[in-house]
Design a protein around this ligand. Sequence first.
Ligand SMILES: [Zn+2]
Length: 270
Amino acid sequence: MSNLMDKAVEAIGKGGYGTALTGAGISAESGIPTYRDPGNLYDQYDQGKQGGMLGVLMTNPEKAPEILSTFFNKLQEAKPNTGHIGLVELEKMGLLKSVITQNVDGLHRLAGNSKVLELHGSIYRMLCTVCGIKKQMEQNDLFAIADEIPNKLGTITSITEIMTGILPPCSCGGPQRFDFVSFGESVQELNEAVLDVTSCSWMLIVGTSGVVHPAATLPTYAKNNDAFLIEINPKESDLTSQCDIFLKGSAGQVVPELVNALKKAGVGNK
Ligand SMILES: [Zn+2]
């Protein structure tokens, strides 16, 4: 590991800026359930496999209160872990320009990264289905709404009721939904993400298995533009063969190790 860590430090020390691509793995370390791990939503609600959270809800609307309450309870307990905080450190050191994430849980923003591109949207944003305005929610506001879910959804029968029965209406009167990306919808902020990965000097790939497109193609864009690719994952993934080095371990363990190694080598601002 130490030899590989030296290589990572050397590559980052050459200058330019980096970007990080993160996935469910880093959130799982904060207690957010992933869809794909055994025993989680994909297993329990097989028909929803294609559509992520919204797909599960659409195929099992009568289970919506239970599914959503469980998710919000986990979210309420979740705090950014040392992996998230390490990425904030890298930004403060003047090394990391942006975090591109597939996670909808808002933990990167909560940790303090200033540029977070949320490809799959965010549970902390409301989207008006009529006028299209988006509004960011504070944690307290979101959890106040979440606490009401079991009451509001007692008689739920359709996805429309799920989407419009939870959030307050927009000032235009239109129903609002959570602004996360569901099956068949376009990912968000992709152009900005492509710009960052095609101009970065190095890229961290953290806690993502490289199976969900188009996020999984971003490392290829970076590689084609001569970026140095560093993967941090507990086990090898579909992306490993493209990466210059693979640092085995959890985000919460390896990202802080990388930060310390960079500081020791005098790379970046203090
Ligand atoms: Zn509106």
